[in-house]
Design a protein around this ligand. Sequence first.
Ligand code: LHQ
Length: 262
Amino acid sequence: MNYETILFEEQEGVARITLNRPERLNALCSAMFPEIHDALDRAQARSLRVLVIAGAGRGFCAGADLEQPLGSGSREERDIGAILERNYNPLIMRLRSLPVPVVSVVNGVAAGAGVSLALAADLTVAARSASFVLAFARIGLIPDAGATYFLAERIGTSRALGLALLGEKLSASDAQSWGLIWKCVEDDELAATVDALVDKLRVGPTVGLGLTKRAIYASREQTLAEQLHLERKLQAEAGRTGDFEEGVAAFLAKRSARFTGG
Ligand code: LHQ
């Protein structure tokens, strides 16, 4: 598949998907979804160890492309939910359940479902000048593509409601101090910070990291007893990896581990 709306590169276990509609602040159009899935298929067909999602130009992603018709027919017939079901929800679920770390790089504004996309990653790193705008209320819609879930989970009901009902811009610094994202860094340090983080993840114990994210995400829906049981099950899997053996051997030999990801 040739890509028209994204850029894709894959090198040494690191796949990078860059939303590439800078003139529209990388607004999500319908063509983008199959392209992103195709890129993910390609990345997963090789030995993927980290996925990076970024935006081209000055923004990260302005959410749904409002220039595309969002539903057709009469008001009663219109079903924007069907667009979510077809395009947005499967992508968010796929990113969340990818068995490797996913990093989003928020270089500029993230708005609407662009916020959801940024937060669907395991680690979100933003430039100081970037911002998060829950623009949904401005057009009479509700936060979607996981936004209500990610916000309530990370910053609590009061702040989630304030942001969603008022649609005010949240600075990257506040997003970090509120616990919405992993890190906010100076604009000119964004690329180097992400490179360092990706380099570390790329040589990490990939299976263990994938199981770790699974356990942490599962914790929200489980009781302590259920979570202990899940940890027991996933730890058994981690304990069967070569990387576990290498990690222990490296510790005992007082050297750095050379993980192969398996
Ligand atoms: C855009 C967009 C855009 C098209 C900027 N579309 N062109 C909804 C429906 C269905 C299913 C699934 O989910 C959803 C969820 C959603 O995501 S709903 C929310 C959709 N997004 C928005 O409402 C955000 C709209 N954009 C903005 O509020 C502003 O552009 C932000 C705050 C993001 C950035 O503002 P500025 O930095 O001042 O940039 P700008 O407004 O000048 O935008 C630059 C260009 O990008 C401009 O085009 P132009 O030809 O005038 O240069 C915009 O029209 C275009 N653009 N967002 N979503």
